[in-house]
Design a protein around this ligand. Structure first.
Ligand SMILES: C[S@@+](CC[C@H](N)C(=O)[O-])C[C@H]1O[C@@H](n2cnc3c(N)ncnc32)[C@H](O)[C@@H]1O
Length: 261
């Protein structure tokens, strides 16, 4: 039995933007190894005039240009399979989260359509299975959102990351932000890496990491913290450090000099 390789195809007017994000580094190597497939397709290849026109003025007037539904629909037809799920990038979509990425990582074939200018003629929505958003913010085009979506999904496919444990231990697993990391030099700008990380005591290191992850989550993401605390029977208002000192790093929104947004 051949196992299908999880595949993502991105339709865009700016393929070079998406390729730069998705076909280099970790994901690029996974594509080369054949662990995943990522295709990036130029919507303009499906235009029919010699000027390769993919947009036109909006009906009803107004600023900006609208991408043509017939052109985008042909681009979609060229890659769509029976098992495809088609997502349209849109500020109106479901916000990308780790849970959305975890679901997307299990789909066999996903097509992501990128809008540009004022967006795509709304009739394209009759051809898609869902809308995906990077958040309540307006971007110039869907390319960055599509790249973020595919990156977040594809790195969860077994074999894509060098060490699959990294995807299990990182931020949002068990509703916690990740513990801080350090590497050489052990002292920098007068700030020492915590001794415990150089102790070789793996049990204490694991306890320290869990306490730091809880502390960061309690300080920076009280919404996540209350879910984690409830699930583990913890008092959400009790200090989460469990006897350890806070790790060097940003100390959170109560640090007025350094800002929180
Ligand atoms: C300039 S935006 C169009 C914005 C649209 N006129 C509006 O006000 O909602 C062009 C394209 O960028 C993409 N885009 C913009 N913001 C996005 C976001 N937050 N998430 C995902 N895609 C986004 C969409 O594909 C959109 O069609």
């Amino acid at each position: 039995m051949t196992v299908a390789v999880p595949a993502w195809d991105v339709l865009t007017l700016h393929p070079e933007m998406v390729r730069a994000c998705l076909l280099t580094s970790v994901l690029g190597r996974a594509v080369e190894r054949g662990t995943i497939h990522i295709g990036v397709h130029d919507i303009r290849d499906h235009t029919t005039d010699r000027h390769r026109t993919a947009d036109d003025a909006p009906y009803g007037g107004g600023a900006g240009m609208v991408m043509k539904v017939d052109v985008v629909a042909r681009a979609l037809d060229a890659v769509r399979r029976e098992d495809s799920r088609v997502l349209l990038t849109s500020p109106a979509g479901q916000t990308l989260t780790q849970a959305v990425a975890s679901a997307g990582a299990t789909w066999s074939h996903t097509v992501i359509v990128c809008g540009h200018y004022e967006g795509i003629d709304a009739r394209i929505e009759t051809l898609v299975d869902g809308l995906i958003s990077l958040g309540d913010v307006v971007l110039t085009g869907g390319e960055i959102a599509a790249a973020a979506y595919v990156d977040a999904c594809a790195r969860l496919v077994p074999g894509v990351l060098g060490n699959d444990a990294s995807a299990v231990e990182e931020s949002f697993a068990d509703d916690l932000l990740e513990h801080p990391h350090y590497t050489r030099p052990a002292a920098w700008a007068g700030i020492e890496v915590p001794d415990i990380l150089r102790s070789g005591d793996h049990g204490r290191i694991a306890a320290w990491r869990l306490a730091q992850a809880r502390h960061r989550t309690q300080r920076l993401r009280p919404d996540l913290w209350s879910d984690h605390a409830a699930r583990h029977g913890l008092d959400p208002s009790a200090p989460a450090l469990d006897g350890f000192d806070p790790a060097p790093g940003w100390t959170g929104p109560e640090d007025p000099e350094r800002g929180s947004g």
